[in-house]
Design a protein around this ligand. Structure first.
Ligand SMILES: Cc1cc2nc3c(=O)[nH]c(=O)nc-3n(C[C@H](O)[C@H](O)[C@H](O)COP(=O)(O)OP(=O)(O)OC[C@H]3O[C@@H](n4cnc5c(N)ncnc54)[C@H](O)[C@@H]3O)c2cc1C
Length: 454
């Protein structure tokens, strides 16, 4: 395709070569389509790359990586844009949404996905065979970004992090080479990729195990915000003695509309307990009895459901919006922590965060992965906030006394979280990640996103 010369960090001759080499699309800043290509889910910030490669093949990704190396430009990747950190300028950005094939092998119980696949695709394909992936709360999140950052979802306490089930990773490393990495081919890189996120290359395809879960007893319990103190305390006490088949979380919501509670005033605080029980409805009902009695139920959607409807449990937003996402991992969530959270984010707190969420860890989320990986496994709960653009990190500061001294890599978005990868790992893990980084990306090309800082 003939192009008009542009003022760009990428010389015209290089662009011409790239356009010939790449089967997908190439966008420069003045091209029609450049802006639309950058549209992602989180509108908190927008990358301004020198060139975008809209990849359709793994070779396209390799060409983009070689270009970044040749020009010495940082290389970033965007699938859905749910997890943008600091918007990056003058980079080579690979967009992967065109590469979204998904295949399920029901006999081996393995899914193979391309770089841009989203969870709803895998959930639907696996459900057809009575299987489930370890997806997260939103079906629209990208499989690869989620899994490389750990992957904490509704089956977490029973089966662990999504990264724990990864069996094979196809990627392009900083030298522009295609690699297939398993526990047997390169133990260190396989370990680092599962937890260290986009710091070691661009994943072109991923293979991971599926679990035999066809149905859940799941859904949400909604209570008035005025009862936040009693409901949170009841949930806290209840989590102390639960089977691993039950994964739950609680959110303080201040959102424009609650689909499940149609007459709830927009923006008014509500408490939403989310339940995923991989057992019978009868047992689930018995387990939930104390929770249902914790306050005045505004809505109760917990029932027997197909796993394919798993995204209904959390009711995460589906339309793009701007937000900071921040978190700390909590050592414990005791009565005093509940009181501190209510003071920071409860009905009389003045808190404006649309969502403040506590997720229960433990079970397989706290045990070492069957094949060791870099996912941090400290603490008993995560506390995360989804905040409006420009708002400060108030709630987490007020719960600092309960912090396990770690953050969870996936629950970070927005420029102020760009350097937070350092807080996600203990010293030994971080040192080993840097070692692997030096070996596979010596010029630190993959530093867009939540980068490891040497
Ligand atoms: C509504 C919502 C719900 C969520 N629920 C959960 C949840 O339940 N559990 C959980 O653990 N997380 C959850 N997350 C966080 C989510 O997992 C991260 O934001 C994740 O990074 C999103 O990946 P993405 O590819 O969709 O986003 P993108 O913004 O497109 O990518 C984010 C980062 O992922 C990495 N990445 C993406 N693709 C590749 C690739 N091909 N190769 C290498 N690196 C890559 C890069 O570092 C990139 O910067 C949620 C986020 C939102 C907004």
């Amino acid at each position: 395709m003939a192009r008009q010369p542009q003022h760009s960090a990428v010389p015209d001759s290089v662009v011409d070569r790239l356009v010939t080499e790449v089967k997908g699309e190439v966008f420069l800043p003045d091209d029609p389509g450049y802006e639309a290509e950058l549209d992602g889910f989180n509108r908190i910030g927008r990358h301004r790359p020198a060139v975008i490669v809209g990849a359709v093949t793994a070779d396209d990704i390799a060409a983009a990586v070689r270009l970044g190396g040749e020009l010495g430009l940082p290389i970033g990747v965007q699938a859905t844009g749910h997890g943008i950190a600091a918007p990056a300028e003058n980079t080579v950005l690979v967009t992967t949404h065109r590469m979204n094939a998904v295949a399920v092998d029901p006999i081996a119980r393995i899914a193979r996905v391309e770089a841009g696949a989203q969870w709803h695709q895998v959930i639907a394909s696996a459900a057809y065979h009575g299987l489930a992936p370890l997806n997260g709360s939103s079906h629209l999140v990208g499989v690869v970004g989620y899994t490389l950052g750990g992957g904490l979802g509704p089956l977490g306490r029973l089966y662990g992090y999504a990264a724990d089930l990864v069996t094979r990773i196809h990627l392009v490393t900083a030298d522009g080479q295609h690699r297939t990495v398993t526990r047997d081919t390169d133990e260190d890189l396989f370990w680092a990729l599962r937890g260290g996120k986009g710091n070691f290359g661009i994943v072109t395809a991923l293979e991971f195990g599926l679990v035999p879960v066809a149905r859940l007893y799941g859904g949400g319990l909604y209570f008035p915000g005025a009862q936040a103190a009693t409901v949170l305390d009841a949930w806290r006490a209840w989590t102390a003695d639960l089977p691993e088949t039950l994964t739950s979380s609680v959110a303080l919501l201040r959102v424009p509309g609650l689909h499940q509670v149609p007459d709830h005033p927009p923006g008014e605080l509500a408490v939403h307990i989310r339940i995923a029980y991989a057992g019978t409805a009868e047992d689930g009902e018995r387990l939930l009895r104390p929770l249902r009695a914790a306050g005045t139920l505004l809505a109760d959607t917990v029932a027997d459901m197909p796993y394919s409807a798993v995204a209904d449990i959390h009711q995460d937003p589906t339309e793009p919006l701007p937000y900071h996402e921040r978190n700390i991992v909590l050592r414990e969530f005791d009565e005093d922590a509940v009181a501190a959270l209510v003071a920071a984010a409860g009905p009389d707190s003045g808190c404006g965060d649309p969502m403040v969420e506590v997720r229960h860890l433990g079970g397989a989320l706290s045990r070492p992965a069957p094949v060791p990986n870099a996912v941090a496994r400290s603490g008993e709960f995560t506390l995360s906030t989804l905040s409006l653009p420009g708002s400060d990190d108030v709630v987490l500061h007020r719960l600092a006394d309960w912090s396990a001294g770690r953050r969870y890599l996936n629950f970070l978005a927005g420029a102020d979280t760009a350097a937070a990868a350092r807080d996600c790992f203990d010293e030994a893990t971080y040192a080993r990640l840097l070692q692997v980084k030096r070996r596979h990306d010596p010029h630190n090309l993959f530093r867009v996103g939540h980068a490891l800082l040497p």
